[in-house]
Design a binder for this molecule. Structure first.
Ligand code: ADP
Ligand code: MG
Length: 611
């Protein structure tokens, strides 16, 4: 429990009070709505002002109906034209208050709910960045992304609806109901009978319409994606002369959108006209029953007019309130999703651990590892790599090479055994500080959106332009960069200039050179390149590899031969380790791998001559 309850110096009653409030807070926070309300702790005044102005907005126009009654019942019979000016002044005054209160209420409500939404989004993004890679192995990005963007928006829409719609509508409906009762209780009760009718209509249609909207949106998305896809594969379509086939396929989708649209919007129209019908019915009742009452001297003409003008103030908000139910459900679902994500504590917690100064020695001690329980990926792997040593990791696809790299970076911790960087157990160091000193060049996701300059600077955020150019030169990238439309400022994001695979890799290498790491991991950095760009990139990599501990995962023979040692991985076991000559002489696993990979290649002829 918390420290208050254990503190002997505090008087018992105070301790109990603290304990109680603490427990109460915890219990209340279990409810997502209340937890959400706590988010407004420093925005109370704004939220309160938003609510007060909403109430003012709600009641400010209602007295106008009473003015109408007065005109008809008092001023007209008395033929008193002088009062008209006064009525107009009051009416305009009420409208001025209404307009002012509406704008003020919107401003205060929006500025508090949007601030909370902004904070929730920022907190979600921060939270997601702190999550371990294990979390990302389990979760789908396509499902995480909408939680940050859409679910928070739903919460915001709900919060605004609660203040602006629910509060205002409830106050207006209540105030006008009271007035209706005061003017003529019997007629008012007749009007109230309409409310269940509204409810029935709303409930009958709401599921139908919601479903309709959903499938309409889905059809739209599918049409959009099929057109998108077609445009993307236009070369293929043309080369196979499949235009008529594609036309048929796309047209089918377009037809379905039409079908759905006609249905949805017809249903919407039916729904709306039925609602209007209830309003019309109520008006009919007021005028017929009201007329009968007036004839029998139970009501005045002015009361009928006041009644009919109040009717809209009563029925519209009731209608809105019933319609709001869905927004609130959606908001609650949004809240549950947002807090559900924030409550997952699969974060990397190492910021409090000591920052180490990496020299470059890496040791695996009997490392076992599994991504999923019971599926071992590394079995008892042990090795020790000196600072500055160049190691090639070799093995078939799926052997565990990338996994070894992941563990050096502390992306995952061993299930058994230890990973040591310069004698420091990786589970006991500050991981962000460690990763600052490790460079990675891999095959995918190598660029961030933005300019070339910012991409290289990502390796060292405070680098000067001269340092960046020097790194680019070492990476064989300077020449092609200066040839780009805006040189170093060229945008290479999604909407920017397209670079070749080799060019991208050289930018990634420049970034790693700038970072100047003590340990370098090259995970198939050149695998996706054609041999020509590979040669240029290899050249760049030479500069990068110089003078640091390197783990090189590559299939190119010359790279493997150049390494000080070769580690051969087979289904998660480290089966052989040694330099090229040793392993070839042993005629074991590496020898077989070599035969398989390089025997038929021209390369082999060249290299064997070179040996
Ligand atoms: N994130 C992951 N979640 C679950 N299994 C994984 C994950 N990454 C890799 N694996 C599995 O671990 C094994 C080793 O993969 P990996 O280290 O990527 O091999 P390599 O890089 O040698 O091709 C493979 O069987 C692969 O399917
Ligand atoms: Mg791999």
């Amino acid at each position: 429990m918390d420290s208050h309850s254990l503190d002997p110096d505090k008087p018992f009653r105070r301790r109990t009070w603290h304990w109680l409030t603490h427990e109460l807070r915890q219990a209340l926070r279990k409810n997502v709505f209340i937890r959400y309300l706590f988010e407004f702790h420093d925005l109370k005044i704004r939220l309160l002002l938003g609510n007060i102005f909403a109430i003012v907005q709600a009641v400010s126009l209602i007295p106008i109906s009473l003015l109408f009654k007065r005109i008809i019942d008092v001023y007209i019979p008395q033929k008193d034209a002088s009062a008209i000016g006064w009525v107009i002044a009051v009416g305009l005054g009420l409208w001025a208050v209404h307009i002012g209160a509406t704008v003020a209420s919107r401003y205060f409500t929006l500025s508090s709910t949007k601030t909370v939404t902004e904070r929730l989004r920022a907190r979600l993004v921060m939270h997601l960045q702190q999550m371990s890679l294990r979390f990302y192995d389990k979760e789908r990005i396509s499902e995480l992304h909408p939680r940050v963007v859409m679910d928070t928006e739903r919460v915001d829409v709900m919060a605004n609806a609660l203040v602006v719609t629910v509060l205002v509508s409830a106050v207006v409906a209540l105030a006008s109901a009271v007035l209706l009762l005061m003017i003529n209780a019997r007629l008012a009760l007749l009007v109230f009978v309409m409310v269940p009718l509204y409810y029935v209509i709303q409930r009958t249609f709401s599921t139908k319409l919601k479903e309709g909207h959903r499938s309409f949106r889905k059809e739209m998305e599918q049409m959009s994606s099929i057109v998108h896809e077609l445009l993307h594969s236009i070369r293929l379509v043309k080369s196979f002369a499949r235009e008529p086939f594609e036309q048929e396929r796309v047209q089918e989708r377009i037809r379905r959108v039409t079908h759905r649209g006609v249905r949805l919007f017809t249903e919407t129209a039916a729904f709306q006209i039925l609602l209007q019908f209830v309003g019309g019915l109520a008006l009919l009742v007021i005028f017929t029953v009201g007329a009968w009452m007036t004839i029998n001297d139970r009501m005045t003409l002015g009361e009928i007019v006041a009644f009919s003008s109040l009717l809209a103030y009563f029925l519209n908000p009731i209608n809105t309130l019933i319609g709001c139910v869905d927004t609130i459900y959606a908001g609650r679902a949004g809240l549950e999703s947002v807090y559900g994500l924030l409550d997952i504590y699969d974060t990397e917690k190492s910021d409090h651990l000591p920052r180490i100064d990496v020299q470059g020695a890496v040791e695996f001690q009997n490392v076992c590892f599994e991504y999923r329980k019971g599926e071992a990926v590394l079995h008892n792997v042990s090795f020790r790599v000196q600072s500055g040593e160049q190691v090639a990791l070799v093995g078939a696809s799926g052997a565990g090479k990338t996994t070894v790299a992941n563990m050096i970076l502390g992306f995952y911790f061993p299930t058994e055994g230890r990973v040591l960087i310069d004698e420091h157990d990786i589970t006991k160091v500050n991981l962000r500080a460690l990763r600052e000193q490790i460079g990675v060049v891999s095959q995918d996701n190598i660029l961030i959106s933005g300019s070339v300059l910012n991409n290289i600077r990502y390796g060292k955020m405070d680098a000067t332009f001269e340092e960046i150019v020097a790194a680019a030169k070492l990476a064989n990238a300077h020449d092609f960069i200066t040839g780009l439309p805006d040189g170093y400022d060229t945008d290479i994001g999604d909407r920017g200039v397209r670079l070749s695979g080799g060019q991208k890799q050289r930018i990634a290498i420049a970034r790693a050179i700038l970072k100047n790491p003590k340990i370098l991991v090259l995970d198939e950095a050149t695998s996706a390149l054609d041999s020509e760009s590979e040669a240029v990139v290899q050249e760049a990599l030479k500069h990068l590899r110089h003078n640091r501990t390197c783990f090189i995962i590559a299939h190119r023979l010359s790279t493997i031969i150049e390494a000080n040692r070769i580690f051969v991985l087979k289904r998660g076991h480290l089966v052989e380790a040694g330099n090229f000559e040793e392993l070839m002489a042993r005629k074991g696993e590496f020898f077989r791998y070599y035969q398989l990979q390089f025997k038929t290649k021209e390369q082999v002829a060249n290299t064997t001559v070179a040996i």
